[in-house]
Design a protein around this ligand. Structure first.
Ligand code: SAM
Length: 265
């Protein structure tokens, strides 16, 4: 049974970091003309209304996007990310928060395509309705790890894969390692961005994965940030994004993002 719903967490500090990294990767890859297949293995609902009950329950977004929304001094590494969220709130008040599939679609060029995977039936229906008119967007209603077998390699050889599981299953890290081993066999040069939480008293970091996949420091970039007291959510004290085959052009920006965290807001 799947109990995780991202609507409770949309726009929180972890989303800010994850989505800023994602946008930096997209922009770096789009310096080349050749089309990219974006694959979002754990998509969620695409668009979140922060005025609704789920988001209002714990107000996690106030510690994340909300903290920067009205700031006059936006730190450089967050400029593109904030602009992407502002596009969905044209009157200036923060109400709608775009999740990863929406952000990827917003950045899609005509030569790019998007594959969105989701296991939860409610979210699948929301995604189908939300993307009904979208061009070159496919909904994969099923397991995101299995989808990598179906959708890799892309015809152009260029892929950006976001892996953002809820870490509810005990086997998540093992499942992830197996899926990554298969994905790298199919698409050795693909760019993979894997989000993970840092949770007190639980092993959720990806420290064992590069060794098991034979990835050295050139191909495995692990960006980790620790939350301030005000940003913490329960036992989640930080989060990270591990990037496999990080484009050279994105490296400086991603380091600035991780090293500058939590920024002043
Ligand atoms: N990536 C989204 C974003 O950044 O806006 C948030 C995704 S949320 C953290 C994780 C989602 O994965 C949930 O909607 C959950 O239903 C879905 N999910 C859980 N297990 C899955 C699986 N094996 N394959 C695909 N989706 C899964």
């Amino acid at each position: 049974m799947l109990s995780y719903r991202h609507a409770f967490h949309a726009g929180n500090p972890a989303d800010v970091f994850k989505h800023a990294v994602l946008i930096a990767l997209v922009r770096a890859m789009q310096c080349k003309e050749k089309g990219i297949r974006f694959i979002d293995t754990h998509a969620g609902a695409a668009m979140y209304d922060l005025s609704k009950e789920f988001a209002q329950k714990n107000l996690e977004f106030e510690r994340g996007i909300g903290a920067w929304w009205n700031s006059n001094e936006v730190p450089d590494p967050l400029v593109d990310y904030l602009a992407a969220v502002r596009r969905h709130n044209p009157d200036g008040a923060l109400r709608f928060y775009p999740g990863s599939p929406q952000l990827l679609m917003d950045h899609q060029r005509t030569q790019d395509e998007l594959v969105i995977c989701e296991l939860h039936s409610t979210e699948q229906q929301v995604l189908r309705e939300h993307f009904e008119q979208a061009r070159k967007v496919r909904i994969h209603a099923g397991d995101g790890y299995a989808a990598l077998e179906r959708w890799l390699p892309p015809p152009t050889g260029r892929a950006l894969v976001l892996i953002d599981p809820p870490y509810e299953r005990k086997s998540e890290l093992d499942d992830l390692a197996v899926a990554m081993a298969g994905a790298l066999k199919r698409c050795a040069h693909g760019v993979f961005a894997i989000w993970y939480p840092v949770i007190e008293g639980r092993e959720t970091t990806l420290d064992r994965i590069p060794g098991s996949l034979g990835l050295d420091g050139e191909r495995w970039l692990d960006l980790r940030v620790m939350f301030t007291e005000a940003q913490r959510m329960g036992r989640m004290t930080g989060c990270g994004m591990a990037v496999v085959n990080c484009p050279y052009r994105a490296r400086a920006e991603l380091h600035a993002l991780a090293d500058g965290w939590p920024f002043r807001s």
